[in-house]
Design a protein around this ligand. Structure first.
Ligand SMILES: Cc1cc2nc3c(=O)[nH]c(=O)nc-3n(C[C@H](O)[C@H](O)[C@H](O)COP(=O)(O)O)c2cc1C
Length: 201
């Protein structure tokens, strides 16, 4: 059984990231490849921003974090959905990635999906590929997706031509992700040594 965590990077109540996350969850369930999706909604998790309490084993922050950390550790791979906010990935998402220093994401593949209500969406991809992985060792898949004019996508039945094109491509990416997650799991179990190399260079 392969478990794929879906990390929703927005904390907005009416969030397009959350809507796309639900769409991805359904695609993963329908794949019929023994995949169990699990959603990590940053809005629902209500994680405080990082502080030095993170270094105190018995701090309230660590008690809160442990629940999420344990859930993340059971996942073999991830879909990370990031909206573009002012040309950035949301600070809550960067905070979440910062908290993951206990091997939660380490050497696990992740499909990046960036969204924009307009024609943006490239900046979170650049940012997360550059700085979202060093110490958590998240392994970005090479082919990210950018969903532009997101509010118009996957809303009508029958689907638009663009909906069909994007859904086919999303399924292709998810199939790659699921196979990679399964294939890499024994490699990770065999080689990973976070006690020796806890931080990336
Ligand atoms: C604070 C804020 C800043 C935004 N800045 C950008 C931006 O720089 N580029 C862009 O394409 N869209 C921007 N948008 C529009 C978002 O793409 C759009 O609101 C999208 O639905 C956000 O995802 P969410 O609904 O999951 O939060 C911004 C939205 C917010 C709330």
């Amino acid at each position: 059984m392969t478990k794929i965590g879906i990390i929703i990077g927005s904390i907005r109540k009416k969030s397009e990231s959350a809507r796309i996350g639900a769409f991805v969850e359904k695609l993963l369930t329908d794949m019929d490849a023994g995949v169990t999706p699990e959603v990590f909604s940053l809005r629902d998790i209500e994680l405080p921003f990082w502080s030095e309490d993170r270094w105190q084993a018995d701090s309230g922050l660590n008690t809160l974090w442990k629940t999420q950390s344990d859930r993340l550790k059971t996942c073999n791979g991830f879909v990370v959905i990031s909206p573009e906010w002012a040309g950035m990935a949301p600070p809550h998402l960067k905070n979440f990635l910062l908290m993951c220093d206990g091997g939660e994401l380490a050497h696990k593949p992740a499909q990046l999906v960036s969204i924009s209500s307009g024609t943006g969406g490239a900046y979170p991809v650049a940012e997360l590929r550059m700085s979202g992985y060093k110490n958590n060792f998240l392994w970005w898949m090479p082919d990210h997706m950018i969903l532009r004019h997101v509010a118009t996508l996957f809303q009508v039945d029958p689907p638009t031509e663009l909906d069909v094109t994007l859904e086919v491509r999303l399924k292709y990416s998810l199939a790659f992700l699921v196979e990679t997650a399964a294939a890499v799991t024994p490699v990770r179990e065999k080689l990973q040594n976070l006690a020796l190399y806890k931080f990336g260079m």
